[in-house]
Write a protein of this length. Structure first.
Length: 84
C-alpha cells in the first residue's frame, strides 16, 4: 500500500480478481509452458530436456486432479482503486 500512497494515490484499495481456470487434463495445463512465451515458459525452455522432464513430473505430483483427470485452478490478478 505504501507504494501507492507514495505515488500520490489517496485511499488505495487493493482487491484480488479471481477466475476459475479449468483444464481437461494435465497435458492441457502443461502445454502452454512449452511455447516459450512469458516468464515461466521462457525459463522452462532454457532448461535441458532432463530438467524439463523433472520439472513437469514435479508439477504433476503437486497438482490436484479430479477423478476424471481434469484440473481446476484459480487465476488471480490484483486490482487497485484509488483517487488522485
Amino acid at each position: 500500500m505504501a507504494a501507492f500512497t507514495n505515488a500520490g494515490l489517496d485511499d488505495p484499495e487493493v482487491v484480488p480478481l479471481e477466475i476459475e481456470t479449468p483444464f481437461a487434463d494435465f497435458e492441457a495445463l502443461w502445454s502452454p509452458f512449452t511455447g516459450g512465451q512469458g516468464a515461466g515458459p521462457s525459463y522452462l525452455v532454457s532448461l535441458d530436456p532432463d530438467k524439463q522432464a523433472a520439472l513437469k513430473e514435479s508439477m504433476r505430483d503437486r497438482i490436484q486432479t479430479k477423478t476424471d483427470g481434469s484440473i481446476s485452478l484459480i487465476a488471480r490478478a490484483w486490482a487497485i482503486r484509488a483517487s488522485l
